[in-house]
Design a protein around this ligand. Structure first.
Ligand SMILES: NC(=O)c1ccc[n+]([C@@H]2O[C@H](COP(=O)([O-])OP(=O)(O)OC[C@H]3O[C@@H](n4cnc5c(N)ncnc54)[C@H](O)[C@@H]3O)[C@@H](O)[C@H]2O)c1
Length: 453
C-alpha cells in the first residue's frame, strides 16, 4: 500500500465556470485508481456536507460507491424539494407497487410517508402517508449526486434497510449522524437513536455479513475542553463557572494560582470527556465500534474531525457550524457576532482535506491488524481563533467588521485544538488547503440551503 501517494491531493484554484468571474473554488487532484479499485464502498450519510465530498473522492479513487441516507428533513428540507427534475417527472407516472417494494417497505416512517412543511421551526415536517409519495420516495435521489452512485433512501436505524445496503459491500464509511449541539435536552432521544442505535444496527448488520472494515466519523467533541499546561504540569480543567464568564474571565484558570492556563494540543491518547448529548453520542459510537472490532476481529479507523468547513456547508440552523453562521450574517449585510473575546482557539479543516483523510482511513482498514480500533485526529494542524475566522471571512467577502460581543454559551469549550501527527505519520495524510485559501473560497462559495428560518 502506498498511502502517501493515495492521500496526497494537490489543489488548484479555478475560475468558476458558471460566472466566469473571480469566484474561486478549490479542487482536489485525487490520484485515480489504486490497489483498491473496484472495491464496493457503502457511505452512510453520503448526501450530507462531508459525506458528499467523500463520495466524490471515493469515485475518483476507483471505489464502487453506494450511499445510504435518510435525507433528514431537518438537514435537507421536505423531500420533494430535494428530488432532481427528471425524477420529479417520473413521479407523474402511475405508481407500480411491484417495483422495488423493499425500498418502500423497509424505509422508516419519515421517508415512507408524504412529507409536507410543518407549522413551526420545532415541529419538523408533518407526515401525511400516501401511495403517490411512495413513488417519490422510491425515486428520490439527491440532485447533483454522481450518476455512478447507487443511492438508497433509508435510515441506518432500520435493520432491513441496512441489510439491503450492505449487500456485496467490502467496506463501510459511516458518516450518518444527527449533528450539532441541538436546541435543548429534548433533542437527546433523537441524538441517541440516530447516532448510537444507528451505529449499533449498522455494526450488527456488518457482523452478520462478515464485513470487517469500518471508517467512523467521530469528532473532537469527545475530548470536551482542550488540554492545558499549568504550574503543576498538564491538566484538563472542568467546565467554566458562570461567575468567571460573567466577569469576562474566559480562559480556564489554575485553581491554585487563579492564573489563566496555557492551551496545548490534545492527542488521541488524552482522556475523553464529552460534555453534551451530541458529544456523548459520538463517543458512544466509538465505544460500540471498539466492542464490534473486538468481538468480530473487525478493523476501525475513527476520524475525530475538527471544525470542518467548505462549500455545501449547512447555513443558519441551530446546528450549523460557526463558520457558516458568520458567513450567513455577512451575506445578510450584518457584522458577524463573535462570542466571548474572540480568542477561542480552534482548528478549521477544509472538507476536501477531510474527504482525503477518509480515503486514507479506508485503505488503512484493508491492512491493519484485526480487532483494532484506531482513532485519528483530523485537523489542519494550524491553530486559529474564532475571531481570526470572522475577520478573514468578512475581509474576503467585503463584509462588515466582526463585533466581539462578550456573550457566552454555558457549555461551550474555550480552546480545543488537536495534534493530527498520528494521521500524518501513520496514514501519510496532510491538509492541503491553507486557512487563507479556504476562507477566501468559503466567503463566496454556495452553502446548503437553510431548511428552517
Ligand atoms: N461538520 C463538522 O464540522 C463535523 C465535525 C465533527 C464530526 N462531524 C461528523 O461528520 C459526520 C457528517 O457530518 P456533516 O457535517 O456532513 O452532517 P450533515 O448533516 O450534513 O450530514 C449527515 C447526513 O446523514 C444523514 N443522516 C442522518 N441521520 C441518518 C440516519 N439515521 N440514517 C441515514 N442517514 C442519516 C443526513 O440526512 C445527512 O445527509 C457526522 O457523523 C458528524 O457527527 C462533523
Amino acid at each position: 500500500m502506498n498511502t502517501e501517494r493515495s492521500t496526497r491531493a494537490a489543489f488548484q484554484r479555478v475560475i468558476d465556470g458558471s460566472t466566469g468571474n473571480a469566484e474561486r473554488r478549490l479542487r482536489p487532484h485525487y490520484e485515480a485508481g489504486s490497489a483498491m479499485t473496484g472495491e464496493h464502498l457503502l457511505i452512510t450519510g453520503g448526501a450530507g456536507f462531508i459525506g458528499s465530498a467523500i463520495v466524490d473522492a471515493a469515485l475518483a479513487r476507483g471505489y464502487q460507491v453506494r450511499v445510504l441516507d435518510s435525507l433528514r428533513a431537518d438537514v435537507h428540507g421536505p423531500l420533494p424539494a430535494f428530488v432532481s427534475e427528471p425524477e420529479r417527472a417520473s413521479d407523474r407516472e402511475p405508481e407500480r407497487e411491484s417495483e422495488s417494494p423493499v425500498e418502500v417497505a423497509s424505509a422508516p416512517q419519515s421517508v415512507t410517508a408524504s412529507v409536507v412543511p410543518g407549522p413551526g421551526p420545532e415541529s419538523g415536517p408533518m407526515i401525511e402517508p400516501g401511495p403517490s409519495f411512495r413513488a417519490r420516495a422510491r425515486n428520490a435521489r439527491p440532485a447533483g449526486l454522481d450518476p455512478r452512485v447507487e443511492f438508497i433512501l433509508g435510515d441506518v436505524t432500520d435493520p432491513g434497510t441496512v441489510a439491503r445496503a450492505l449487500e456485496d459491500i467490502d467496506v463501510v464509511c459511516h458518516q450518518a449522524a444527527k449533528v450539532g449541539l441541538g436546541v435543548d435536552f429534548a433533542d437527546a432521544p433523537d441524538y441517541v437513536h440516530s447516532n448510537e442505535v444507528g451505529t449499533a444496527v449498522l455494526l450488527a448488520g456488518m457482523a452478520e455479513r462478515g464485513i470487517r472494515r469500518l471508517v467512523l466519523a467521530s469528532s473532537m467533541v469527545v475530548y470536551g475542553e482542550g488540554s492545558y499546561r499549568g504550574p503543576n504540569g498538564f491538566t484538563r480543567p472542568g467546565p467554566r463557572l458562570s461567575s468567571d464568564l460573567d466577569a469576562g474571565r474566559f480562559d480556564p484558570l489554575d485553581p491554585q494560582t487563579g492564573l489563566a492556563l496555557e492551551p496545548v494540543l490534545v492527542s488521541e491518547s488524552d482522556p475523553l470527556d464529552p460534555r453534551n448529548v451530541y458529544a456523548s453520542s459520538k463517543l458512544g459510537q466509538e465505544y460500540l465500534a471498539t466492542a464490534w472490532a473486538r468481538s468480530t476481529g473487525g478493523r476501525v479507523a475513527a476520524l475525530r474531525y475538527h471544525n470542518v468547513y467548505g462549500p455545501g456547508m449547512p447555513q443558519n440552523t441551530p446546528y450549523a457550524g460557526v463558520a457558516s453562521l458568520f458567513r450567513s450574517a455577512i451575506e445578510r449585510g450584518e457584522a458577524p457576532r463573535v462570542y466571548e473575546d474572540g480568542q477561542q482557539r480552534r482548528d478549521f479543516v477544509h472538507v476536501l482535506d477531510v474527504a482525503a483523510a477518509n480515503i486514507a482511513a479506508l485503505e488503512f482498514t484493508a491492512h491493519s491488524d484485526s480487532g483494532i480500533f484506531r482513532p485519528f485526529n483530523v485537523g489542519s494542524g494550524i491553530v486559529h481563533t474564532i475571531g481570526d475566522m470572522a475577520t478573514a471571512l468578512a475581509a474576503a467577502a467585503g463584509g462588515l467588521t466582526p463585533i466581539v460581543t462578550g456573550q457566552y454559551r454555558l457549555g461551550d469549550v474555550r480552546h480545543i485544538t488537536a495534534s493530527s501527527e498520528r494521521l500524518r505519520a501513520e496514514l501519510g495524510w496532510s491538509a492541503q488547503v491553507s486557512f487563507e485559501d479556504g476562507m477566501r473560497e468559503f466567503a463566496t462559495a454556495p452553502l446548503r440551503a437553510a431548511v428552517r428560518p
